[in-house]
Design a protein around this ligand. Structure first.
Ligand SMILES: C[S@@+](CC[C@H](N)C(=O)[O-])C[C@H]1O[C@@H](n2cnc3c(N)ncnc32)[C@H](O)[C@@H]1O
Length: 301
């Protein structure tokens, strides 16, 4: 058992073991890439190699978000498509949009779920064994899709466009594969999303990339307008309130390369979280700025 292991915290134990394994690699790597969010190697080999990190963050939001609706339920309600729609989701992750709305999916829809990571897609396959409609799974990079033009009535791209190093190429692909009457639904975060976490993240990762994401609620419209004539933005009101320090530590570590997570830094983070929580009367509050764009009239028509 590693020395730092509050309660029966299996996940920390896994992280500790991965950290120990990567210590030798760390010596060889001079620096961590600054634009980690668009670094394909990092995304595939670590952040989204499996559904673990995403699952930790989703669990955190499900447990501690103040809006009882739930993001995935809200997102699904924004999607308006015909009864026999062909629907593509890019960057589907572990398929939670569908698993959390399973009873609302029209049986006459035909779903195609894609992700860059085979590990994530495998999670989606396991989670979506009992969908009421036809579904196919494929690995695919959003920036270059192997589908003919005008293949889909609706495309969904949630929290994925900011991972594309070539954002314009990705959006142009999504426009090309839509039918002329089709729409793109793309959820993303605002620039102050969980901004109060930055100080904590900085303890594990002193090189934290604080630059703005390429596709946020504040700047996404201008990119979408290069490929779509109509763009609408809808906001989801939410915040996070948490009184469990371990959950915050776990959340922070899930977004940081394991090679940066030493036992010493984890302890320092744990101390800081507990101190700040005590100052806040036993709770910490975070902004959860989230919403979606609906883009229609694709110029690829
Ligand atoms: C933040 S997760 C979002 C997952 C899911 N859309 C959701 O809302 O839960 C980002 C997902 O995008 C995938 N991804 C990253 N870059 C991608 C790319 N260029 N093409 C397709 N998928 C990508 C990752 O593997 C990961 O599953």
């Amino acid at each position: 058992m590693p020395p730092y292991c509050p309660r029966e915290w299996q996940w920390t134990r896994g992280l500790y073991e991965r950290t120990a394994r990567s210590r030798a690699d760390r010596e060889e790597r001079e620096h961590v890439p600054m634009m980690r969010g668009t670094d394909r190697d990092y995304l595939l080999s670590e952040q989204y190699r499996t559904g673990l990190n995403l699952g930790i963050r989703r669990g955190f939001h499900e447990r501690y978000s103040t809006n009882p609706k739930g993001e995935a339920r809200w997102i699904f309600e924004q999607v308006s498509l015909p009864a026999h729609a062909k629907v593509l989701e890019v960057g589907c992750g572990d398929g939670s949009l569908w698993s959390q709305n399973v009873e609302r999916i029209p049986p006459s829809w035909h779903l195609t779920l894609t992700d860059l990571s085979e590990g994530m897609l495998e999670e989606a396959r396991q989670n979506l064994k009992n969908l009421p409609c036809a579904v196919v799974f494929r690995t695919a990079d959003t920036q270059a899709l192997a589908f003919p033009s005008h293949s889909f009535d609706g495309v969904i791209a949630n929290y994925v466009l900011y991972h594309a190093p070539r954002l314009d190429a990705a959006i142009s692909e999504l426009s090309r594969i839509l039918v002329p009457s089709g729409s793109l639904y793309t959820a993303t975060h605002g620039s102050d999303y969980m901004v109060e976490m930055n100080g904590f993240t900085n303890i594990l990762d002193p090189q934290i990339d604080s630059r703005r994401r390429s596709f946020e609620l504040e700047n996404g419209e201008q990119s979408l307008r290069r490929s779509f004539d109509r763009v609408e933005r809808r906001l989801y009101e939410d915040s996070v309130e948490v009184g469990n320090p371990e959950a915050v530590v776990q959340y922070v570590a899930s977004g940081v390369p394991s090679e940066l997570v030493s036992e010493e830094r984890l302890r320092a983070l744990d101390r800081e979280v507990r101190e700040r929580m005590a100052q806040g009367g036993g709770r910490l509050r975070f902004s959860n700025s989230t919403g979606m764009f609906i883009a229609s009239d694709p110029q690829g028509r």
